[in-house]
Design a protein around this ligand. Structure first.
Ligand SMILES: C[S@@+](CC[C@H](N)C(=O)[O-])C[C@H]1O[C@@H](n2cnc3c(N)ncnc32)[C@H](O)[C@@H]1O
Length: 353
């Protein structure tokens, strides 16, 4: 590396990590020493670099945010985290690009998110503390414990009301026997929820085994059953239900079950809009998937709407000059051309009649 002095300046948190982790880094450093056999090697420095890597490295993704590996970008590592960031980090090949997703006033700090933002405050804070060793005090985290934050967490990771027509969220009853809907007051029995949760767990274990062993047909059946059970217990805007649908979508796409895939993709959109608001790349990409499925299935007008929404977001997060964006813009143009061709053929047939 030409600019090792930048690595030297990175935060390592060596004094904050626990003994078990320290020992692991020391063992890894010894292994490096054994392999390299260099004279004057500083084992402590190598151990410290492992620690630096853990809290400064970024996941390198392709344009569709599929993970490709991990890399240390010392200049990008200057950027702090926020759960409501004003910028995103994307990769163009190996090149790391930070793009603003909102107006950033002069002299204010640029922030990106180190973690999945679609999670409750407690979950986000736990991940940040464990991996990056700090307590986040961003605008979202500062609401921890306030009614809005409790409501948001209960919607994202909690349970739904027993009445299917009610969109309320549930909180634990003071005597811990069940959960009370904060909208209609209905009580949901703890045992009923526990039973469904344990059925979901058993099915999830099986589904995971099936999908990793390539038994996709069986996996689909199991994920559909999981989705059915989760719909009974999870709030309609639950991210747990959303993750199951993402898994279903992924397998349906692999099996080329386009119609069912589109139905599932459409179900995820309102949840994505809620949990990835503004110019979030994941929302843009979900619109893009939706558009591709609609176009494939001949639903050209809907495809144009979805591609347009994808372009509106992804031109901000991904720029407009990458091959990925050029392909999306071309698809939008082709869909528009197809729609006008369909329209003119319809008009021609009216004239003939
Ligand atoms: C990639 S570095 C960011 C740059 C770092 N602040 C520095 O000065 O070198 C990640 C580390 O920065 C600190 N950090 C990042 N975001 C933070 C935030 N929102 N609040 C407090 N500390 C933060 C944490 O110590 C974290 O482990």
């Amino acid at each position: 590396m030409d600019n090792y002095n930048l690595v030297e300046a990175l935060v390592s948190h060596m004094s904050d990590i626990d003994e078990k982790q320290l020992l692991l880094y020391a063992q890894m450093a010894n292994l490096v020493n054994l392999i390299l056999q260099l004279p004057n090697i500083d084992i402590k420095e190598i151990a410290e670099n492992f620690s630096k890597f853990a809290c400064n490295a970024h996941t390198i993704c392709d344009s569709e945010l599929r993970s490709l590996g991990t890399g240390l970008y010392p200049v990008i590592s200057i950027i702090n985290h926020s759960c409501l960031p004003n910028a995103v980090l994307v990769f163009e090949g190996r090149l790391a690009v930070v793009r603003a997703v909102q107006h950033i006033p002069k002299d204010s700090e640029v922030s990106i998110s180190y973690v999945e933002t679609a999670a409750s405050t407690i979950t986000r804070q736990k991940t940040l503390k464990e991996q990056y060793l700090f307590t986040c005090t961003c605008v979202r985290c500062n609401k921890l414990g306030q009614y809005d934050d409790i409501q948001e967490s209960a919607i994202l990771e909690g349970y739904r009301c027993r009445d299917n027509g009610c969109s309320g969220f549930l909180l634990r009853e003071s005597d811990e026997k069940g959960f009370v809907c904060q909208q209609c007051g209905l009580i949901r029995n703890k045992e009923e929820i526990r039973k469904i949760a344990s059925d979901i767990k058993a099915l999830s274990d099986k589904a995971l085994k099936c999908s990793s062993s390539g038994n996709l047909q069986e996996a689909i059946v199991l994920y559909k059953n999981i989705e059915k059970l989760q719909k009974e217990v999870c709030h309609p805007f639950s991210i747990i239900l959303m993750r199951t649908r993402e898994k279903l979508l992924e397998i349906l796409m692999q099996l080329e079950e386009w119609k069912e895939a589109l139905a599932i993709c459409r179900l995820t959109i309102p949840v994505y809009e809620r949990v990835y608001p503004g110019f979030h790349p994941l929302l843009g990409l979900q619109y893009y998937s939706c558009g591709k499925l609609e176009w494939l299935l001949g639903e050209t007008d809907d495809a144009i709407k979805s591609f347009t929404k994808a372009v509106d977001i992804l031109r901000i997060t991904h720029g407009t000059s990458t091959p990925f964006m050029k392909e999306l813009l071309m698809k939008l143009e082709e869909a528009r051309a197809e729609a006008s061709f369909k329209l003119s053929s319809r008009e021609d047939s009216y004239i003939t009649l």
